[in-house]
Design a protein around this ligand. Structure first.
Ligand code: HXC
Length: 258
């Protein structure tokens, strides 16, 4: 498959997948989600470590594509969440380690993509957040599930309920990322980590990842499906229409709870 929104570089067993939609700060539309799904489903067996990053200097991924989501109905909202949730679950359950190199805005669906990776490192310019409730929707792509697992319920709820955007040092403090670097160092550090991992035994890595995921994932499928449904339900509300219209019209939303 030819990719319109992914840039792929692969060398000596380390592959870099860049999400590239510069006009919308790499926001994830359904075509990109399908491309990611296709790419990770058909990853060459010679790849031993995958690095995921964003194209350009400003964003890792600034979320799911609000312009595409704005007019979805409940069923379409559910399907959109499911599309990304399945693709991201494939990343999480890939046989090989996956590193997210977070180079800029990492919001909503972007944070959800990073959290589906095994390890996250970030540039000191990166900013993280789950701004969805400000758009009248819940997080999707399994963000409610993974964020709470990663940083604990209390901080996950604060981030999701307030929609606040946190800097890389705060993401480091709460355990959302493992390390923070100067922007120009980020990819070298990701490559260094990938190289270290690549020298280890592939099957031992695969089994270790499976073991860690197994206990962590105990309720994954139920939690992910519940979130897909609740995400879809938001699209039957006036607040979702208002929230997304407000973003596109560059104004503050006025939510009424309907
Ligand atoms: C569509 C987006 C976008 C997005 C940015 N753009 N984020 N388009 N979907 N998520 C577009 C802008 O509309 C703008 O287009 C261009 O990218 C540049 O963005 P600006 O806003 O002009 O840049 P800046 O002022 O620097 O602000 C950067 C920003 C802001 C803080 C990241 O763009 C922003 O708040 N974006 C939305 C972030 C967000 O709410 N993400 C969560 C989405 S919901 P134009 O045409 O004006 O140049 C989500 C749900 C996931 O992710 C679950 C789904 C199941």
């Amino acid at each position: 498959m030819e990719y319109s929104f992914l840039k792929i570089e692969s060398k000596d067993g380390i592959c870099i997948m860049k999400v590239s939609a510069p006009k919308s700060l790499n926001a994830l539309n359904s075509t990109i989600l399908k491309e990611i799904d296709d790419f990770v489903s058909n990853l060459d067996k010679s790849v031993r470590v995958l690095i995921i990053t964003g194209d350009g200097e400003k964003a890792f991924v600034a979320g799911a594509d609000i312009a595409e989501m704005a007019n979805l109905n409940e069923q379409q909202g559910y399907e959109f969440s499911k599309l990304g949730a399945l693709a991201f679950r494939r990343i999480e359950t890939l046989e090989i380690p996956v590193i997210a190199a977070v180079n800029g805005f990492c919001l909503g669906g972007g944070c959800e993509l990073a959290m589906a990776c095994d390890i996250r490192i970030a540039s000191n310019k990166a900013k993280f957040g789950q701004p969805e409730v400000g758009l009248g929707i819940t997080p999707g792509f399994s963000g409610t599930y993974r964020l709470a697992k990663l940083v604990g319920q209390g901080y996950a709820k604060e981030m999701i309920f307030t929609g606040k955007v946190i800097k890389a040092d705060e993401a480091l403090r709460i355990g959302l990322v493992n390390a923070v670097y100067e922007p120009e160092e980020l990819m070298d550090k990701a490559m260094e980590m990938a190289q270290t991992i690549k020298e280890k035994a592939p099957l031992a890595l695969q089994y270790a990842k499976e073991c860690i995921n197994e206990s962590y994932d105990l309720y994954a499928d139920g939690a992910i499906e519940m979130e897909n449904k609740d995400f879809g339900r938001c699209f039957a509300t006036e607040d979702q229409k208002e929230g997304m219209a407000a973003f596109l019209e560059k104004r503050k939303p006025n939510f009424v709870g309907k």
